[in-house]
Design a protein. Structure first.
Length: 156
């Protein structure tokens, strides 16, 4: 698990008054912690720093909004062990018909709610598939960068 320190800059202050309250804040997915995190996201600038401040990232407003939306979604929906084909499609950034093709070709295991009923997919399977997709994209990007470098496209 990655531990992140959340720093919020308040308008007109150097943040020193609130820094001790936020340093080392560990959040879980409990509703109380999620509401605390939402309150932190209402600051003007949000910074995430890795453990021991080895990495610091200033988050753009669009990303803060996306994180806020995701946290709100967590607060308004109770997670289940299974997801629908539409929920899987949303999680994976794919169309519902594409997810159904993945189910039909055996790439994603599922169960039916009845003999010819709705499909239900284990949430852990969807998240594992998402990780796999991201790894494949990362590898492809690394290959593109390496090839571009070999061809001299990245030379200064």
């Amino acid at each position: 698990m990655t531990v992140l320190d959340v720093h919020v800059e308040l308008p007109g202050t150097d943040g020193a008054a609130v820094a001790p309250l936020l340093h080392g804040l560990h959040l879980t997915d409990s509703p109380a912690d999620l509401r605390t995190f939402l309150a932190l996201l209402d600051g003007d600038a949000v910074h995430l720093a890795g453990a021991h401040d080895t990495v610091a990232v200033d988050l753009p407003e669009r990303l803060v909004e996306a994180i806020r939306d995701a946290v709100l979604s967590l607060l308004t929906t109770a997670p289940t062990d299974e997801v629908t084909t539409q929920e899987a499609a949303t999680m994976l950034g794919l169309s519902r018909p594409t997810v159904i093709k993945l189910l039909d070709d055996g790439s994603l295991p599922f169960r039916r709610t009845s003999e010819n009923g709705h499909r239900r997919i284990p949430r852990t399977t969807v998240t594992a598939h998402l990780r796999s997709m991201l790894d494949e994209r990362r590898k492809a990007l690394d290959e593109i960068v390496a090839t571009s470098d070999e061809l001299g496209f990245l030379d200064d």
